[in-house]
Design a protein around this ligand. Sequence first.
Ligand code: SF4
Length: 108
Amino acid sequence: MNATSRLSRRAWLKTTIMAISGAAALPLLGRAAEAAPPKVSKAVAHYQDHPVGRKMCGTCRYFIPAGGVTGRGMMGGAMGPGMMRAGHCRVVQGQVSPRGYCLLYQPA
Ligand code: SF4
């Protein structure tokens, strides 16, 4: 896979997630939007258990550390006691490693 097709796939994934999130939100109009947007599978996001350079879940805006987000500390709150344990992601299903990575990565 070359860089152009990888970028195209990333753009497609983001567009798809935004469309799904928007469609899922329609029935909630008029109510408090408490539900989280649907998450994609690790396979769809091309999740891997190792970083790409300095890009990793622990520095991603979607990462939720094992201990939860207790504040906006270093690296978007990802640094701290929960940094070394598996956490969760706001957009990808299941547990994710702080040193993992996927195509939906966004710097914190
Ligand atoms: S979006 Fe991807 S890189 Fe970011 S926390 Fe979730 S799984 Fe990790």
